[in-house]
Each structure stands twice: as C-alpha cells, then as structure tokens.
Design a protein around this ligand. Sequence first.
Ligand SMILES: [Zn+2]
Length: 500
Amino acid sequence: MKKSILSFLFVVLITGILPAQHSDLSKKYGDQITPSELKDYLSIIASDSMEGRKTGTHGQKMAATFIEEHFREAGLKAPVNNTYRQPVELYSTKVDEVYLRIGTERFDNFGEIVYIGTGDSGGEVPADFIFIGRGTEDDLKQVDIKNRVVVALTSGGPMSSTRALTTSLREKGAKVVVLAPESTPDEFMALVDRMKGFVGGGELSLKKPDGSGRSTFMISKKVAEKLFSVSYDALKAAADNPNKEEIKKIKPGKGIYKVSVKATPVETENILGFLEGTTKKDEVIIIGAHYDHIGMTGTGEDRINNGADDDGSGTVSVLAIAKAFAKAKKDGVGPGRSILFLSVVGEEQGLLGSQHYVEHPLYPLANTVVDLNMDMIGRTDAAHKDNSNYVYVIGSNRLSAELHKLNEDVNAAHNKLAFDYTYNDENHPTNLYKRSDHWNFAKNGIPIIFYFDGIHEDYHRPSDEVSKIDFDLLAKRAQCVFYVAWEIANRDKRIVADPK
Ligand SMILES: [Zn+2]
C-alpha cells in the first residue's frame, strides 16, 4: 500500500503538475487574449475623452456605455431586467462652508487649512483641541481621545500614509482628527492644491449623510502654532521626547470650527454581463475590476487622470476575458459554472459599487463561488524592474486553501508568473487586502484573489497613461486570471471555503 502511493507520487512529480490535463482546450481561448486587443480597448477607456472616469461624471457614463456595448457584442446575457446596468444611487456631499477660528483670526478652507470629510458640524462648535503627539499607541496612553478633537503631527508625506492614522484614531473614538504636517508654507500650498482636486468635487456615499460623517482637518504649521501658542519645534520636541508625559504638558488649544455640507443624489451604475454555465449554472464565478477613476485634478496643463493602470488595465482585462469565454461557449466548450463579469463603479470613493452589489446581489451570495479582482495589472513596480514577469497575489489563501493552491498550479501550467505575496502579509501596513473591491466579497466569506502590480510613481496622477502600460505583461496577467477562472468553472466540485 505504502509503496504504491509513493510510486504514484513519484509519477506525478516527474510528469508535472496535474492541471496540465485541462490546458490544451483552455489554451486555445487564453491565446485569444492578446496585447493588441487590450491596447485597442485601453486606448479608448483611458483616453482623454473619458475625462478620468470619475463616478457620476460624463466620462464615467461614456466608459459604462463602451463596456456595455462590448458585453452585448460578445453575446453575454444582460442580467439586470434585460439590461447590463445595475443602478447605484449615491449621494454627493459637498463641503459648503468650512472655517476654523482661533482667537480673532479666521482660517478658511483651502487656505491655511484643508477639510476632508462629510461631517456637518451643525453650526459653530467651540472645542478644546487635544495634542496627541504623533498619535502612536504610546502617545495615546497619555490622553483620552474619546469624542474629542485631537491634533497629531505628521511627517508631511503623501496622504495615503496618514490614512491608517486617521482611521485608527476614529476607531478609537476621536470625534475630529486634525493633522499638522511638518511642511514649509510652499509644501503646504502644494498639498492644498492636490487635496483641492481630490475633495473639492465632493465625496460620494451610498447612504444619505446624516451629518455624523468623518471629519479630518489638515492645518499648516502656522495654524498649529497659533492654536497651541507654542512653536512647531516645541510641539515636535514634546511629540518625540522618549518621556511621553511631555505630550500632556502641551495645553489644549481653544478654537471654534464650522463645517456645513450639502448632499445631492448622484445616479450611477455598475455594468454586468453574464455567461450562463453549461452544467452548474447556479454556481457563479465573478471576474471583476472597477472602471471608475478620479477624474480631473490640479491646475496644470494635463489635468486628466487617465487611470490607464488604475484601473483601465483591469477593466480591459475583464472585457478580453469575457470575450474569450463567450467564444468558448459559442464553440460548445463553455464554462460549466456561470461567470458574472462585473465592472463596478465608485471604487475610488470607497468601494461603493461593489458594496452596492453585495448588498443587492443578482445571484445569491451563497452561490457565489469566488471573486477574482484585477486592480492595476499593467505595469511594473520598482521592486521588479529587473524581472517584470510577476504579479502580486493578495488574499488567495485567506478564505480557501484550495483556491490558493489552484491559483499556483494553474499559473505553473500556463503563464508561469512569479507570484509575489508581499502585500498578502496580514501585518503589511498598506492593508491592501481591504482596499479594493474584492474586500466586499471577502467580508461575506466568499473566497477572493486580488491581482495587483504594485505602487508606482504615477499612481493617482495624470501621468498614469496608456503609453506606460506593458501590454505583453498585461496580456499574461489577464490570461492567468482567465485560466484560473476556467479551472474553477470546470472543476467537478465547487472550491471549498475554509477561512484560516
Ligand atoms: Zn484601483
């Protein structure tokens, strides 16, 4: 008995990896996902005429129409009352009036202060501004922040680096978070300009805001000094002193803030195409990407954030994969399980389109086998500049050991990309596992894989353009997802979810 198992294993080892059996048939269709096809699509999706595809804008609607036409042409079923559009009702909350008063001086929004958030203060609010150093765990042992207005010093890096801090302060009960970056007046003005582009157009939410939304201010050094009546250097010295008690010695600043916001409804839509399975049609595989981006920002010559990589690359991959599967079905070798191609909106504003989908699923979540999410898969990051044959894989092992192994085996049999699991580390500070649309599925216990190319210098900038996409690499990654979906769709048994 023992011996025969060993010899069986030996045969498996020398003859290669099992999924090779499926590869011949799938390869015919995987090969139809080509660099030139992806380039054709992306040249439209990420063109200047799409104006950066910001949710609720004309550009986003044009992109929606393009995707819809593609699904129709490929012969996919229109699953939402015979249309491809799932309406998503959002609210745009625009900041109306914001200021901060300290003594007799008033500081207005986009001057010495920037407001980020949707919380209406309901008139002027006098408050004690509590100094919390840099807001580290140790710093917070010195002060009670529950329901308080708290002020933390930051290094003045990109906004993304402060997101984790503001989130954690809010989770710990802070009512309003004030960040005082260490930046020169010029640097602060540059930051104001960038923030104007991001928040100036309003924030989107799924629910009508009730005024209790999050509130974050950024203030210049000058305002911080005025508030606490000490120099910024003195604040720094207190924050960075190993003796944490120094933080308490900075007396709370007295100030008055006011935020008023206006909410207006925004009609937008997810775009969905459905390919019915041949043998297990009730079980659904989702292949998705977000097609929205951040629109136009800044005041420079090129203001259009084309979002070629983010997430034009994922969007066009969905289109190409859909077409390849649809062709296979026409040829009589369609997937056993059904596939829902899901182009979601509102990702950049907080994964809103995917949240709406899981709250209003077209097919029961209990029958949803997996979500394969592509968000930025067309470029190479600095860490891989010498070997671009890679993709970051995030989340594959979190909810299904079987899915994780399947992904690796299929890749070994086909595209042989190097899978980089750096961002899958549960303690990785970027927390990417929760930062794209797959997270809304993972939250519901549905196994997911998030494919990603890394952070690059053009992230969320007008320079994220088509000319910077590596289409050969994009095609390989899209094919990888295609083969993984093919295997999940055609396996006898549904993959098992077994959360770690
Ligand atoms: Zn994205």
